[in-house]
Write a protein that binds this ligand. Structure first.
Ligand code: DQA
Length: 144
């Protein structure tokens, strides 16, 4: 199957990137990250749908409404708590990559548990904001 459309979902508090704990999350804002992704997507000939929400139910509704071939998601804090978002991804059967800006395995113990990793195609954690573009490049390679 040719992958044309990729949804990129940013979870809670990622709207604060740039000012939020830069030691963990770097200095780029969400707008910077999304701009970088848009440039990369056009080079890779992929369409992207960019979305951020702080609300679990809104993210569930968004996933249920998606018409896309692949998802790149940073569920942020919901990584460690949300059966509802996991179930939405499982129900839609759209392959996805889980991305974390920080290395969740080098932080508090509660961040080591993910409700997503076992059903993800793969997980990128700790590559900073580059992790999103790395995921997008992986997706583009599936078309080759
Ligand atoms: C995060 C890691 C999560 O533990 C945290 O709650 C976040 C961001 C990351 O990108 O490193 O909000 O997903």
């Amino acid at each position: 199957m040719k992958i044309k459309k990729v949804a990129i979902i940013h979870g809670p508090n990622l709207n604060l990137l740039g000012q939020r704990e830069p030691d963990h999350y770097g200095n780029l804002t969400l707008k910077d990250i999304n701009n970088n992704l848009s440039v990369e997507a056009s080079k890779l000939d992929l369409n992207i749908d960019l979305y951020q929400s702080n609300s679990e139910s809104e993210i569930v509704n968004k996933i249920q409404s998606l018409k896309c071939d692949f998802i790149i998601i940073n569920p942020a804090a919901y990584t460690h708590s949300s059966v509802a978002i996991r179930d939405a991804l499982a129900a839609m059967k759209i392959p996805f990559i889980e991305v974390h800006i920080s290395n969740v395995f080098s932080r508090e113990d509660f961040r080591k548990k993910s409700f997503f990793s076992d059903i993800a195609i793969g997980v990128i954690s700790g590559l900073g904001t580059e992790g999103y573009c790395a995921a997008l490049n992986y997706v583009a390679k599936l078309n080759k």
